[in-house]
Design a protein around this ligand. Structure first.
Ligand code: COS
Length: 387
């Protein structure tokens, strides 16, 4: 019996997770150190994700995908992240870019962009701007009517998979006076005139992923509007509700990776004539980490199941991301401590995981934003109860 709780996986889900585990063991995990060292995007791994069906796992079958639910997608993201954080993050970026299309795409948009995504032409979610990261409604990119099309002007930053994606879901102000009810989502092709990517971030971790800007002075048509005019903020928030569950799954994977290397090193490494795990100073925090990863996995799986049942997951998704990313923090921190000096030097998997983990508490809503979201719900519930 495994110490850390695992959900029951039925036939189809089991098949996808086993496939992901095999690819991770044979191909993704062996590349993790090199990708980190050379800051290299693993095109060959992406090709495997596409060929195997994992890239388009959540894409409906009629658009060329596998039609899997979020619970399955998350189980696969967790499995891949356990072996290579960068590859797991690429997979999660595929899911984030696909979600607004699943939620609001027309049949034509789904056929073109979800179909493209399943075939390796990824779609990226482009919301953040300078000064508008946590305050998503503070964006300044505009889309102004010019005859029968729209002129899109502005710059997006911190785009996951930016530069490797074929198209971008860009959120822009279409009615600047209307606040959050004046934002619209547009589909933008990377090869269109006036679309420029000229900066890639040099990141602390997940160095096998690409994170870019997107400069826009381009023209789009009504057909490129994703969802309803002026309802883009809601679409972004609904997308992030699902995306946060995927980041929670990544976090469980990274937390497990920290636990794997930390617990094994604790058995291997001897001090004062015995393995360090025989000291309660090491076994007790490992017990805490095992408990926290179990709890993180339980919330994440339940959040994904709730999403698949069509329930609102704003609360559970925020809890899953908040808890799982911070549990992963404690897991990789302990792993570094167990390795001691070696854990502070390269190459050591604990050192890499320590840097990789940090983004999980930042992207798709910082821990502070998750607490803010939860705080609003708590206040509303308490006010309702005291009425
Ligand atoms: N599902 C559906 N709709 C939602 C929603 C959700 N989870 N959360 C908010 N909305 C809707 C609101 O109902 C509101 O719609 P109406 O105007 O129709 O009433 C609209 O979206 C605006 O919501 P709100 O007023 O709460 O917006 P705020 O500007 O106060 O911001 C936070 C809300 C802080 C929660 C939001 O800016 C946020 O999530 N920030 C973090 C963004 C993020 O994660 N960035 C990372 C980018 S990807 S790396």
């Amino acid at each position: 019996m495994a110490v850390i709780w695992q959900p029951e996986l039925d036939g189809e889900r089991r098949r996808w997770v086993d496939l992901a585990a095999r690819l991770t063991e044979d191909h993704f995990a062996p590349l993790a150190e090199e990708l980190d060292r050379d800051q290299r995007y693993p095109w060959e791994s992406v090709e495997r994700l596409v060929e195997s069906g994992l890239a388009g796992l959540f894409v409906p079958r009629e658009y060329g995908g596998q039609g899997a639910d979020l619970e399955t997608t998350c189980a696969v993201i967790e499995t891949v992240s356990r072996g290579c954080t960068s590859t797991g993050s690429i997979l999660a970026a595929y899911a984030l870019g696909g979600t607004p299309l699943l939620l609001a795409g027309t049949d034509r948009q789904k056929a073109e962009h979800l179909g493209g995504l399943a075939a390796g032409k990824a779609v990226s979610f482009a919301l953040s701007e300078e000064g508008a990261g946590s305050d998503a409604a503070g964006i300044r990119t505009t889309a102004v009517r010019e005859g029968d099309h729209w002129r899109l002007r502005g710059e997006k930053i911190f785009i996951g998979n930016g530069g490797a994606s074929q198209s971008y879901i860009v959120f822009a102000l279409t009615d600047p006076e209307a606040g959050t009810r004046g934002i619209t989502a547009f589909l933008v092709d990377k090869d269109a005139d006036g679309v420029v990517i000229d900066r890639y971030e040099d990141k602390m971790g997940i160095r096998g992923t690409l994170t870019s800007n997107l400069k826009l002075d381009t023209v789009v048509s009504d057909d490129d509007i994703l969802g309803e005019l002026n309802r883009g903020m809601r679409l972004a928030m609904r997308t992030l509700d699902a995306g946060r569950i995927s980041v929670a799954a990544q976090s469980v994977g990274v937390g497990l990776a920290g636990y794997d290397v930390g617990s094994r090193e604790a058995c291997r490494r001897q001090t004062f004539g015995k393995p360090v795990i025989d000291n309660q100073g090491i076994s007790f925090p490992l017990a805490d980490v095992a408990t926290e990863i179990t709890a993180a996995r339980m919330i994440t799986v339940e959040a994904a199941r709730a999403y698949d049942r069509g329930e609102n997951v704003s609360v559970l998704g925020a809890m899953a991301k908040l808890y799982a990313s911070e549990a992963a923090h404690r897991s990789v921190d302990l792993a570094v401590q167990i390795f001691g000096g070696a854990g502070y030097c390269r190459p050591c998997p604990a050192e890499r995981l320590y840097r990789d983990q940090r983004i999980l508490e930042i992207y798709e809503g910082t821990s502070e934003i998750q607490r803010l979201v939860l705080g609003r719900f708590i206040k509303a519930e308490a006010e309702e109860a005291s009425r």
